[in-house]
Design a protein around this ligand. Sequence first.
Ligand code: ADP
Ligand code: MG
Length: 576
Amino acid sequence: MKNELKEYASGFKLTHLFMILGALLIGASIIAQAFLTVEIVNKVFVNKTSFEEIVPFLISLLLVLMLRPFLSYLMGRAGVTMAASVKQRLRQALFDKFSREALLTSHQGQSGQKVSVILDAVDEIDAYYSKYIPQVFKTAVIPIFILMAVSTQHIETGLIMMVTAPFIPLFYIIIGIRTQKKSEEKIEQMTVFSGRFLDTIQGLTTLNLFQKSKKYRAIIEESSLNYRDATIEVLKVAFVSSLMLELISMLSIGIIALEIGLRLIVFNSMSFATAFFLLILAPEFYLSLKELGSAFHTGRGSMSAMRKISEELRRENEEVRWGDCLIRSEEPPKITLKNVSYQYSDSQFALSSVNFKIEPYSKTAIIGRSGSGKSTLLNIIAGLLPPQQGEITINDDPLTSIKEESWFSQISYISQSPYLFTGTIAENICIGSKNVSQAEMEEAAEKAGISAFVASLEEGYETIIGESGRGLSGGEKQRMALARAFLKKPTVILFDEPTTGLDLYTEKVLQTALNSLSENATMIIVAHRLHTIRKADHIIVVDQGKVMTEGTDNSLYESSELYRQMVSAQAEEVIL
Ligand code: ADP
Ligand code: MG
């Protein structure tokens, strides 16, 4: 099994060196502590020395006693620092990945789970660096120190230690293998639980409207109970395992004590000082082995969290690849879709083998029922989603050969919910255009039909709006995006027409705005209004991810039953 946590740690050479040094000092202080304790007791009770003589020993013992926790603390600190830096890198990597896939990540039902992966799994790797790694160094050094010290005094005790020691790691390997699956299950349950929780909270209004909140309460309850059970399972194994480890080390210490006792009392072949020294060190020996065991359990959790994170990071990146050709012409380009197919990784829906041409300066309307794939198609043409098959060409060059900025500087995409960032209205309109004067900005707002609304605000264009445009209606957000388009003067305009009925004024403003924008640009509109459809030069009818037919209003009215149905259903209304 590849251990990525270890790979991440490998960059911290200095920290490792520091930990080795710390472990050596701790090892030395354990021996010193045992030696000093024995000396003091031996002097006071066996040799009956005066108090003054043992004072230096007492002071040294005090210093050594303080040194040990201090060193352990420093090692833990070093581990925490290491963890913080690795966590920072992982979080950054996850955020980068999610923001590159914003279109997919923000799809309903996914966001909650991903937030949980970021926040919880990343934090779970802490223990590996702050507990497990320092303990590995301690356990690599301290038992050997003790073994050497013990063996020089009494080789038989050393031998008993050597024979019994392997049982402890052996046991925690067996137990570790058993808990690994369980703690992975626990993380899985946690992800499901918090995903459900967050998504339910976000959708609470909707759920209430449909009187489904009771059902979701049951769902949340169930997944929280599952999470509880998974946690308890892990704890159960952990408790049983620590009992077993305790038992082994107690037995081993017992054997050593018995052996020493026999020599001290029955055979009289050992001094009190040696026996005492050995008896102090024996528990220390097993303690550091046991500590590795429990640190290892904590580390296990980190490893399964890490696996979850790297799975997420390695997942095939759904990202449009770009080249470095520039679009030279100032004229609108010819856009061609050849056999374009796309499937969302987590949905049944598939756009299959889409073919069509869009001529410069033309007006194309894409129509179809809700869920037929119109917005998906628009996202693909915009270069926001990568087709899995086929290609899009711009003036006969593949879109993938074009430089990202060169393409995005040509297009304006007015989606159904345009993104607005936290800032003033003026800043939001000017994004995407350079060196815009106040007058130009106001003119664009005027043309987009937003100026009256802005004038009604106390602070006008300096009014601060929230992220994703909190406080603005869908129509207002779209008009903000239109104003951006007026400033940018794109050669291609992609417009996802609002499905909700607009008031007459807004409707008229949108119409004039689009007419004036389309004078210098190609228009591709996902159309819902009969008016827009009738005025298009080219109509593409999609259904269930396929292009069913295409043509002009007249030709389609003659040839397509589907088109006649769609258009005549509700004349002059919002039809789709
Ligand atoms: P339309 O715009 O024609 O109403 P869409 O293109 O928005 O249709 O959606 C087509 C299908 O793809 C729907 O079934 C929708 O649930 C699904 N879909 C849309 N966006 C995503 C996404 N980000 N992840 C997974 N499925 C999606
Ligand atoms: Mg749509």
